[in-house]
Ligand binder design. Structure first.
Ligand SMILES: [Zn+2]
Length: 112
């Protein structure tokens, strides 16, 4: 964590000062940085009290990337499980449709 715990009352990611305290947030600056690392898109959202602090922060090596959606981030394996679950249901429906169609076709063929 890099000091972005409270989204409403932002604090400068560099000096930690509450942003609203400096000229009522007149100089507040939000920076969103995205970069692809190891085939994964990572991004950072940081707030600063002044542009100078944003520039200073950007000059440094980037910290650990922010979670895409903190608090409700589904774990990758669960995501995969849900995806494969959906696919399994879809496959079963397809098989049932095929079976139903085949049975109906055979019935029709028997009748005529
Ligand atoms: Zn600052």
């Amino acid at each position: 964590m890099s000091g972005t715990e409270s989204a409403d009352v932002g604090a400068c990611d560099l000096c930690g000062v509450a942003i609203g305290d400096v000229d009522w947030g007149a100089d507040e600056l939000r920076v969103e940085v995205s970069r692809e690392e190891d085939g994964e898109l990572r991004f950072w959202v940081a707030d600063f009290c002044t542009q100078e602090h944003a520039a200073e922060w950007l000059r440094r090596p980037l910290p650990e990337a922010d979670d895409p959606s903190p608090g409700q981030q589904p774990s990758p394996w669960r995501d995969r499980l849900e995806t494969s679950g959906c696919f399994a249901v879809f496959a079963v429906v397809l098989v049932l449709l095929a079976l139903g169609g085949w049975t109906a076709a055979r019935l029709l063929l028997d009748w005529f």
